[in-house]
Design a protein around this ligand. Structure first.
Ligand SMILES: [Zn+2]
Length: 305
């Protein structure tokens, strides 16, 4: 995952989060792998129920990319109506749900994401009916470090008070952050620095490594009802992603120092397993754990202070 890059056309620091959700992983965004026919049929059914299929696309073949506005209601995200219809999280099934300016979303809308991120489904209950829709999506969110957007910016001054800054960050709850695998701080880069940067690894090469990592995972879980590291439960984690003593000690130290939750602990191991897969390494090594810990920047106690 060393060459994983995110680019945003903003000038101030932006926090970007990635959640592997239930069955989708960051790798899908890097590669935009074509959907299989069963996946395409699933997506098409959901969009058909929602009435969003057009006559010229009777079969949805491209992975969905949904980016609802932050004014959306909890029902708009999770689904609703007298006869429950799919919400944005189901319309993003097998694809990406992108939430820009995450703290601006309504609290109940953000919290509506929690269960689907665990289960890959959402149940919508109304007086007329109770319906469970698939909701296995990759959640990608972005946010500024404060309301004015300039905290940490080297060229402009943040006008927010420390308390206002803290309140802004706290709009995103700990339990939601816990369910997000990668937290990445994207700092502004000057044009001069961009121009002098050496050429990065091309996307085609990254795609090759990602596809290889996915194949490793497919073989690892052959015969089970999961197909990628993100879907491992706790017992699978112990079996397929064991840690040696050096890795365990490193993770224990990080847990204590950074005050990480038990859920974050599992996610770090899953991410470390994926990083090792991307390097075609059979075992998780301390540098994989370190890198995975580095993607939990929002868990740190001093964040935003
Ligand atoms: Zn500010």
């Amino acid at each position: 995952m060393k060459n994983f890059s995110v680019f945003f056309s903003k000038t101030s620091p932006v926090y970007t989060f990635f959640s592997y959700s239930y069955g989708i992983s960051t790798e899908n965004v890097c590669t935009v792998r074509a959907m299989t026919l069963p996946e395409a049929l699933e997506v098409t059914k959901i969009h058909s129920i929602a009435g969003s299929l057009s006559s010229d696309t009777p079969l949805v073949t491209k992975r969905p990319f949904r980016h609802p506005h932050h004014t959306i209601s909890a029902n708009g995200l999770s689904g609703g109506g007298t006869t429950p219809r799919p919400g944005e999280i189901s319309l993003a099934h097998n694809g990406v749900l992108f939430l820009d300016e995450l703290p601006e979303f309504k609290r109940d809308a953000m919290e509506a994401l929690r269960q689907p991120l665990e289960d890959g489904t959402v149940t919508v209950t109304r007086a007329m009916a109770k319906v469970t829709y698939p909701a296995s999506f990759m959640l990608v969110c972005a946010m500024n470090p404060c309301k004015c957007g300039f905290f940490g910016d080297s060229t402009k001054t943040c006008t927010c008070s420390p308390l206002a800054r803290q309140k802004y960050l706290e709009r995103v709850s700990g339990p939601l952050l816990d369910r997000i695998d990668l937290h990445i701080e994207v700092v502004p880069v000057s044009f001069a620095k961009l121009a002098e940067a050496p050429p990065a690894e091309p996307s085609s090469e990254i795609r090759r490594r990602v596809v290889a990592a996915r194949d490793i995972q497919r073989q690892r879980f052959e015969g089970l009802d999961i197909h990628c590291n993100a879907m491992m439960n706790s017992s699978m984690l112990r079996k397929f992603a064991p840690l040696d003593r050096a890795c365990s000690e490193l993770l224990e130290l990080a847990m204590a120092r950074l005050n990480l939750s038990a859920r974050a602990y599992d996610r770090i191991i899953k991410v470390a397993r994926t990083i090792a897969d991307l390097e075609a390494k059979p075992n998780i090594e301390p540098q994989h754990i370190s890198e995975a810990i580095g993607y939990r920047s929002l868990d740190r106690e001093n964040w935003g202070r």
